[in-house]
Design a protein around this ligand. Structure first.
Ligand code: ADP
Ligand code: MG
Length: 245
């Protein structure tokens, strides 16, 4: 069964049809890229998937369960994680403490609060940081981290909530090209290992074509192409949108 199913999702702002009858699905462990020019409707789609925006029409299902129009908090509790363009860490706390906090909040969500806080979450937080190649940064305050490292902490925090679906809106914005590839390669390998469905938007086409299993192309609110990277790259409509040819 697909982790996420989206059926004829629609949203207008005044006279602007931002998203027009968009349908797609994401499988467990799949990396699905949503691309399209500025204003194509990518962020609007994301906002409808995590409950920030209520669709005008259409359905969103998570593991077969209808989550259309549910509040962001409920959607998050059901296993939809999201990373943001502006990172949300506590700058004066260390990397390890930030991840421990996220694990604590996840256990609270599951109603598991009988174990002492620091002891219960320290080992899993360290394991998660090691998986993200960040063991050497664990004791550093988040406030002094390089931007690329902060993005990885953000990924660790999202993963601490054990998401079934991870939404990443321009996860590599502001990062150096090699760092981008590194972050997405890591995301892809963890997604496969844990069966997390990942939906991401991205401007860097090297990242998209290098790490997406499948690509959706939006143009003025409508899906104009969908398929594996090689197929989408060769699609004349996609070339037209991107090259203005
Ligand atoms: P993308 O993320 O692909 O750049 P968006 O989803 O942000 O595109 O925007 C799609 C369209 O909807 C654009 O025309 C944008 O101006 C419009 N739009 C997005 N959010 C709002 C909003 N809150 N109010 C009015 N118009 C909006
Ligand atoms: Mg956007």
């Amino acid at each position: 069964m697909a982790t996420l199913e989206v059926d004829k999702l629609r949203k207008s702002f005044g006279g602007v049809q931002a998203v027009r009858d968009v349908s797609f699905a994401v499988a467990p462990g799949e990396m699905l890229a949503l691309i399209g020019p500025n204003g194509a409707g990518k962020s609007t789609c994301f906002n409808m998937l995590n409950g920030q925006l209520r669709p005008d029409a259409g359905w969103v299902r998570l593991n077969g369960q209808d989550i259309t129009g549910l509040a962001p908090r409920k959607v998050w509790r059901m296993g939809v994680g999201r990373t943001f363009q502006i990172t949300a860490t506590f700058g004066s706390m260390t990397v390890l403490e930030n991840v421990q906090m996220a694990l604590l909040s996840h256990r609270r969500r599951l109603g598991q609060l009988w174990t002492p806080v620091a002891r219960a979450d320290r080992a899993p937080a360290e394991a998660l940081l090691a998986r993200l190649d960040m063991a050497d940064q664990a004791a550093r305050p988040c406030g002094i981290l390089a931007y690329g490292d902060l993005k990885r902490v953000e990924l660790a925090i999202a993963l601490a909530n054990d998401p079934k679906l991870l939404l990443m809106d321009e996860p590599t914005a502001g990062m150096a090209p090699q760092e981008r590839v590194g972050l997405m390669a890591l995301t892809a390998s963890i997604a496969r290992e844990r069966g997390i469905a990942v939906l991401f938007t991205e401007h860097d086409m090297d990242v998209v074509f290098g790490h997406a299993d499948r690509i959706l192309v939006l143009d003025r609110g409508a899906l104009i192409a969908e398929g594996p990277p090689a197929e989408v790259r060769a699609d004349p409509r996609v070339r037209e949108v991107y090259l203005g040819a």
